[in-house]
Design a protein around this ligand. Structure first.
Ligand SMILES: [Zn+2]
Length: 72
């Protein structure tokens, strides 16, 4: 996937979700919850069950990690 496509996809997802509620990830780096609007998103995928998996940079450790996306 091209970077521009990824950014467009993330924009689309975050815009959809902002209308309903905020979304979070559970960070495996720092074990905290991060709002998806407050992290640097790298990529997004669906797992085999169709759930969104977000790749992002943890603002605490600055390490790239991934998490399922949860509704707050
Ligand atoms: Zn973190």
């Amino acid at each position: 996937m091209k970077t521009s496509d990824v950014n467009r996809e993330i924009d689309r997802m975050t815009q959809n979700r902002k209308r309903h509620c905020s979304t979070i990830v559970i960070c495996s780096e720092c074990s905290e919850e991060h709002l998806t609007t407050e992290i640097e998103c790298v990529n997004i995928e669906e797992d085999i069950q169709g759930r969104d998996v977000l790749y992002f940079v943890c603002p605490v450790t600055n390490m790239e990690t991934k998490s399922l996306v949860y509704k707050k």
